[in-house]
Design a protein around this ligand. Sequence first.
Ligand code: F6R
Ligand code: MG
Ligand code: MG
Length: 379
Amino acid sequence: MGKITISVIKADIGSLAGHHIAHPDTMAAASRVLAEAKSKGVIIDFYVTHVGDDIQLIMTHGKGENSPEIHGLAWEAFKAAANVARDLGLYAAGQDLLSEAFSGNVRGLGPGVAEMEIEERPSEPIITFHADKTEPGAFNLPLYKVFADPFNTAGLVIDPRMHDGFRFQILDVYEGKAVTLNAPEELYDILALIGTPARYVIKRIYRKDGLLAAVVSSERLNLIAGKYIGKDDPVAIVRAQHGLPAVGEVLEPFSFPHLVAGWMRGSHHGPLMPVGMKDAKCTRFDGPPRIIALGWQVKNGRLVGPADLFADPAFDEARRLAQQIADYMRRHGPFMPHRLGPEEMEYTTLPQVLERLADRFEKVEEAPKGVHKERSKML
Ligand code: F6R
Ligand code: MG
Ligand code: MG
């Protein structure tokens, strides 16, 4: 067996009763397209699921990352699903398919993509993470803990195969640039960047010997489209065990439901709640932001699984804490820091509301003078 590629490609093509859950018929339509491709040998294996209003295609194949054939297949699957969504009158049908024309790669057209080409190990445990009502930077904190924090990952201390640490490729999604930094040597520099998750996003993590250990989708729809389309509901693929963090070490950070950007109208901070697949729907205030974790063994490209990893009482306290945080944050109503800050609100519909007030402002003596020009915009 040569190299195999795992491609997780997701899109919101419309959902049932608002933006809260994908309809099973749309997933069936996507599955039919992928099943046919599997029967023709285009892909080795696939699995279709959802979290909230996003359909998730998990595919294995031998065609490498950014394969036009695989991206084209995903595009066809989403289009078939969107047609069903239109027939059923589902809400926001076709939402993430930003263009009519496919041009070889789904990146930039709406869907989110995490792909890794790997040399399969004799036993290859992999976790795919799928989140709704949040953004790619939501993975910054947990992945930092998994691959750089010895208080989370005992293996960083105990296992000689990962004792040298990991390399973090970090994207600046505003500038379209990337930097690669070493852990533990440059931990503080890593944190100086990824503590701003709206802009700096962990893209890939490599073991020091070059083995690719994790990859995150980094599409930011609002930046692509220049206006609010929805949050970017990210996905990630993480390899585990045998000289990498154990499955339990990869899951451990999610026992802390950290605050992420997204939730209602993509405009609020809220806790990221780890849930089993049966709870992968966004109800309260269109949330709270949710994440599922699917455990797989990949064998000759075959996807064995999934194990529904957060469907476990061990995460009950995290869910309870997330509820309490949700209560606490909600009581701020339209106030920051529940509502996102001005830079992020720029891509929502709030500027249109503020625009209407612009003419009603008059100069007064009390107003501070000399405000920096860029900061004098209403947002
Ligand atoms: C957030 C999300 C929802 C919608 C909200 C308003 O990512 O999908 O919270 O933003 O339900 O939706 P519209 O504007 O379609 O009524
Ligand atoms: Mg939606
Ligand atoms: Mg979504």
